[in-house]
Design a protein around this ligand. Structure first.
Ligand SMILES: [Zn+2]
Ligand SMILES: [Zn+2]
Length: 379
């Protein structure tokens, strides 16, 4: 017993000595932190998904406007053959892209599914940080045109809403970041090319009801837009991504729509939004009970224009997609019981094929010339 006490005392003394060395001797602390940073940067520089021959989909935002400390708003990054295309840039998207070691220099294009704030709120940050990260050309942003004239509203001051498609929205973001650009140039002119500070918006003309239009086609990476149903957000797009004989589809926000089956056929992965109606109804009841029935009513209003997990599963089954990944998960799934409830009925509706709950940092990899589907959580 006495010997154990002596040994434990000696171990405690050694640990206390080591702690004091690290904590109070500046040179030791500096060396530890420096080597940690060096290791981290080296790891970032050799992230295999940036250079291998595969189609990757990185989930850089799987949340919704409802508060969730673990999820950014809508964002999915397509990585293939040296290109990075960001689909939607919701609030928090840039921090997730940076955490996944995506070099700003490689981001040349952003595609927007629609112009809701939870899909465009981080556009300014993605543009600014990718520019500071070394992007050498203006950032191209493609997305829907302005909604149709019958849906416009004018307020008492004569301000008319719904006038802006992607081109105008991007001009607005560029205007908002105009002074920031000048500050950055003044700080490091030789490092940040002035001409690349710009972002240029393009309206993608509404495709026909059963049509897909190509919006991106570079070095074998092809992405096309098709119509989904996010009424009254009109038009809203989903995107089909193809590279090296592999394919993935990102749904954007939509109610169950047959176009999703049409364009997901033959794809390896379907990344589909999902909203649990029962759970949103519970949330609305809780808001009512707390005296906030206004928020309760608003929560109920979103139910109609999203897809339930069971409906998304039936789409994946009909399209025979091997992997279904849920994103834009509503409401926020705060614990294992809520995740379990969210998936209620999914296995029956899904049939053969895998289904996973997406999370920020999930990397889905589709190597060229194979049928493999690999998934990995980057953090
Ligand atoms: Zn939306
Ligand atoms: Zn949304």
């Amino acid at each position: 017993m006495k010997r154990i006490v002596v040994v434990l005392g000696a171990v405690a003394a050694v640990l206390a000595g080591a702690f004091a060395l690290v904590w109070f001797v500046a040179g030791v602390a500096d060396r530890i932190v420096q080597s940690g940073m060096t290791r981290q940067m080296a790891k970032a520089a050799r992230a295999p998904y940036l250079s291998d021959d595969a189609l990757h989909i990185l989930l850089c935002g799987t949340g919704s406007p409802m508060p969730d400390m673990t999820r950014a708003n809508a964002c999915a990054a397509v990585i293939a053959n040296g290109h990075v295309v960001v689909i939607d840039a919701g609030p928090g998207a840039w921090s997730r892209l940076a955490a996944a070691n995506i070099p700003g220099a490689k981001i040349d294009t952003v595609l927007l599914t629609h112009l809701h704030s939870d899909h465009i709120g981080d556009l300014g940050e993605v543009a600014t940080q990718s520019w500071l990260g070394g992007r050498k050309v203006p950032l191209e942003v493609y997305g829907p045109p302005a909604p149709q004239a019958s849906e416009r509203t004018t307020d008492a001051e004569g301000e008319t809403f719904g006038m802006s498609g992607t081109e105008e929205v991007v001009k607005g973001f560029a205007q908002a970041y105009n002074s920031d650009a000048e500050f950055r140039i003044a700080q490091g002119h030789e490092l940040v090319p002035t001409e690349a500070a710009r972002m240029i918006g393009h309206d993608v003309a509404r495709p026909g009801p059963e049509e897909a239009v190509t919006v991106y086609d570079r070095d074998g990476l092809k992405i096309s837009a098709f119509l989904v149903n996010h009424d009254p957000v009109e038009p809203a797009y989903g995107y089909r991504i193809e590279y090296g004989g592999r394919a993935a589809v990102v749904s954007g926000d939509t109610a169950r729509v047959q176009n999703m089956v049409r364009f997901a056929k033959g794809a390896d992965v379907l990344v589909h939004e999902a909203l649990s109606r029962d759970m949103v109804e519970m949330l609305a009841s809780a808001l009512d009970a707390s005296g906030n029935s206004r928020a309760g009513t608003m929560a109920r209003q979103i139910i109609a224009y999203h897809t339930s997990p069971v409906e998304a599963s039936s789409i994946a089954k009909e399209a025979a997609v091997p992997l279904l990944v849920f994103t834009h998960e509503v409401p926020p799934l705060r614990n294992a019981l809520m995740r379990h409830m969210f998936l209620r009925g999914v296995a029956d509706a899904r049939g053969p094929g895998d289904t996973i709950l997406g999370r920020d940092g999930l990397l889905i990899s589709l190597p060229k010339g194979s049928k493999d589907i690999k998934t990995k959580n980057l953090w």
